[in-house]
Design a protein around this ligand. Sequence first.
Ligand SMILES: [Mg+2]
Length: 381
Amino acid sequence: MSDRAPIVHAEVRRVALPLLKPFVTGFGVTDSRQTVLVHLRDEDGNEGWGEGPALDHPYYLPDTTASTYRTAVDYALPLALRARDLEPATVAAAMSGIKGNTFARAGVEEAFWSLRAAAERTTIKALMGGERDAVPVGESLSIAETIDETLAEVELRLGEGYQRIKLKIRPGWDVEPVRAVREAFGDDVFLQVDANAAYSLDDVEDLRRLDEYGLACIEQPLAWDALLEHAELQRALATPVCLDETLRSVDDVRRALDMDACRNVNLKPGRVGGLTASLQIAELCRGRGVPLWCGGMLESGIGRAGNLALCSVAGFTDPADMSPASVLFEWDLVDPTFEVEPDGTVPVPAATGLGFPVRRDRVERQTVHGTVVLGAGVARV
Ligand SMILES: [Mg+2]
């Protein structure tokens, strides 16, 4: 037990976020967005916040908002509290018996990172040994109705300074939009595509047609569990394969790199079980010279705060998916939130603790379910 003030309150909330418009990807339409928040308070009044941003549905990965909430309430947060230590690595180890359920573990762990930062009057970035003050960001574009719509959005986002464009693709919406973007905006645009597992090895010839467009990578072309198949595909493609859904732990990343199943890594703290595992993956990729960048899960500013701090450490080479709340939501759960600077970067939060002030009133109002795991209060909201 450390000499820090003990945690006196711990709760998990399932919260509805006000999505501005549906997000269309290779696995379907995301038109409802709930997320899972973890809130801690210690005896001195310091607060910690974390977010486990699984999607509402099980079409991205098995984790859902509902399963993440349940696992956080029943297992992840109780195990973390039992460790009686604010050290995030200790907390991560305490939860390591939980198989999968990475978003639940990540949400709990982020709350401990931000509580520790608040208690020590420092930033998550400083706790991580981060170096960068600003993170270069790109934008991820939903599958559109028409090519013209896509071109208009690319023009808008490049005008706003975004340093990289990522197009969501699926069979029938791949080479055409890529070619159109290259023709309209040239070869210098940092361009990549994300298939969200919409292809199979039967599509190798179609995917090879993307090779001539100089893409930074093609993200998750095959199924989430198709590690061997991705290695086969990478052998057939000049475009680097990037894995997202397939990489759910440090060991998954190591295996994928050993097998040459990918040459580019998308890292989402929620998908790999938290920020501690994320730091280990950053070190691994840096050691092997593999391009690495932080993906997005339509998080609120609470999750983005941890992502931004993470991106300040060495190893992150490529622009992050870090759309500000103003692009995704009517408003954020933190206020002020962040915007993208004209140079296409987002400042790493310099305020202590989480780094952004949480709007407790909005969290309360948007809460669908809540459970107090430790402390006084109503057991269920
Ligand atoms: Mg992806």
